[in-house]
Ligand binder design. Sequence first.
Ligand code: ATP
Ligand code: MG
Length: 413
Amino acid sequence: MLQSQLFTKTSKDTHADSDSINADLLTRAGFISKTMAGVYSFLPLGYRVIRKIEQIVREEMDGIGGQEILMSALAPKAVWEKTGRWKTMDVLFKVPAAGDQEYALNPTHEEIVAPIARTFLRSYRDLPFACYQIQTKFRNELRAKSGVLRGREFIMKDLYSFHQDIADLDRYYAIAQGAYDRIFARLGLENRTFLTYASGGTFSQYSHEYQVVLPQGEDQIFVSIEAEKQGKRIAVNKEIFEEGKTVCPVTGGKEFRAEKASEAGNIFKLGTKFSEPFELQFADEAGKLCTPVMGCYGIGISRLMGIVAEACADEAGLRWPEAIAPYRVHILSLARSRDEESWKLAHDLAKRLPESLLDDRIDLGAGARFADSDLIGIPRRIVISPKSLTAGGVEVKDRMTGAVNIVALDALV
Ligand code: ATP
Ligand code: MG
């Protein structure tokens, strides 16, 4: 990709969103554009990051047998009334429809997936199964001040699993936890992600949040020090934490340390909370009709982009981990005219290096281009100048560590 062709540009202005680190950086670097409070559009660089996060999540969900679907964003009022959540879910967007009808813009999809499952479920032989989607959700959040961390419109992956009994739900829940661990490891967040115990609602004692430690995070978690000594990253959510009383559910330890964090994922054992109102049933081995139990497993795709942006940034700008960087290599051509050999060389290199962005903005000063490159945060930067030709090698700079290596031109590809 030629940077001169990129229709977005970086900007120096700190925007109205400057109270949020992720919104400020992502806006200045041209990754997102704010439509209104809590509502963002994803621009070419930003959407590449989103798609890479989605792909990691998709691979891990496919890996645990999740079948990808895409459910509707609009829902009839009736399904939300059936669970009582038309009245109780305060973030539900209600939209007028033709006639005097009303619809909901789905903030989550239990009310949609349960009736779908009902259509197909007959016997115990149909269980277990799990399906997921990656889709835009709508929530009328009271506060939307944290950039893409808390949007009124945002991208979520939600997986739903259906089981014959609680034992089978427990089995699958552990498998899903494994997939979540792999997702956070692949995103480069494993060392700052804590499996956080939160209240589980009526069905189980706990639900689990995947909280990523972040200085500007909205949540507070209490990290178990005992667990840390054992090399585990376990925490307890603020709502269930009582100083002096709470014990770590994994180690029994009583020592905790408070941290600010952002919830990247949340997994729940739903029991029959949704299968009952939607009358899901299956015939067991003896032909008796039973109600299946469900699990749900959410992860915030667009929130994750903001989390990684904040977690990895430095004073100069964004620093993307290789796995989700918009491009893998940023090539800066410092040629002063298009006739120079180094100009041609930079273009040849860009063609041969997969996922490269070539800064070919010949009229822009080198300083401004280095600053842009730092702000955009592509993991590796290669500067090609007439000088590098005579030296026979080019500087390859690692954006994350700042380390510089001289690499022979022929060895670059
Ligand atoms: P929170 O506690 O942050 O309000 P939640 O518990 O309501 O989130 P879930 O319903 O479990 O969230 O949604 C699954 C995931 O979707 C969350 O873990 C989070 O990563 C993401 N998410 C939830 N609400 C938002 C939002 N308003 N903007 C961006 N991402 C969100
Ligand atoms: Mg939550």
